[in-house]
Write a protein that binds this ligand. Structure first.
Ligand SMILES: N[C@@H](CCC(=O)N[C@@H](CS)C(=O)NCC(=O)O)C(=O)O
Length: 228
């Protein structure tokens, strides 16, 4: 059954899935859906994903939304022994990975989305104090996790890192982590940025996403000024 990933390169969760696909060596056709243009609202995609978000993964007779669910499915279904480092069989290790994926889904990404939505809607001109406090609070949680292991859920790379990295990379562009307060976050960001998979598959979308948010905020600022 042919496999398709509906995504856009700028999307952090979509890039996390794409990196997983590459690490597993899967043949998956990538088709672009632009969430800013609301491509995902078309009836076909609404049926596949009533949440109306990307990424969406499709195998013809089965489709799945939410990057975290997709990554787990891909590892469980297509993971070979050589991929077990990404998602070890040990139940407690998996439970920790699941928790970190939920952390991305429930804490990290919503704090980024809180910036993305008003920026794309033309309303946000700069981060509010409240947004910055929330991001620093998320960095503090990451710092704690990274004090327990070298990577987010273990002493090596797992799918939890792929997921949280794409989100944190953008957060770190719009509101850089303070290296004095969050040294482990800074080190992890650097380590992740130097991985081959990140360089080859995550980029240039990763850098472009955060930078485009800053650029759009600047445009929003100019537009606001010109209306005064
Ligand atoms: N928890 C979801 C979040 C997906 C998500 O919000 N994707 C954004 C693009 S980065 C989107 O499709 N936004 C459209 C919207 O929220 O309406 C996942 O991990 O897949």
């Amino acid at each position: 059954m042919p496999k398709t990933l509906y995504m856009k390169d700028l999307s952090p969760p979509a890039r996390a899935v794409n990196m997983t696909i590459h690490l597993l060596g899967l043949e998956v056709e990538i088709k672009e859906l632009n969430p800013v243009l609301r491509d995902q609202d078309q009836p076909k995609f609404r049926k596949m994903n009533p949440m109306r978000t990307i990424p969406i993964y499709d195998e013809g007779d089965f489709s799945l939304a939410d990057s975290h669910a997709i990554m787990i499915y891909l590892l469980e279904t297509y993971g070979k022994p050589e991929h077990s480092y990404l998602y070890p069989m040990d139940k407690r290790k998996r439970a920790t990975i699941h928790q970190r994926l939920f952390f991305d889904c429930g804490i990290l990404f919503p704090r980024l989305r809180a910036i993305m939505a008003p920026t794309y809607a033309g309303r946000l001109t700069e981060l509010t104090k409240y947004m910055k406090i929330n991001i620093d609070d998320a960095y503090a949680m990451l710092e704690e996790y990274l004090s327990q292991n070298l990577f987010l859920a273990d002493d090596h790379l797992t799918i939890a890192d792929l997921s949280a990295y794409t989100t944190t990379q953008s957060l770190n562009i719009v509101h850089p982590a303070d290296g004095t307060r969050f040294p482990k976050v800074k080190k992890w960001l650097k380590t992740m940025s130097e991985l081959d998979i990140v360089k080859k598959v995550n980029e240039p979308g990763g850098e472009n996403h955060g930078n485009s948010l800053l650029l759009i905020m600047e445009v929003n600022k100019q537009n606001k000024k010109s209306k005064l």
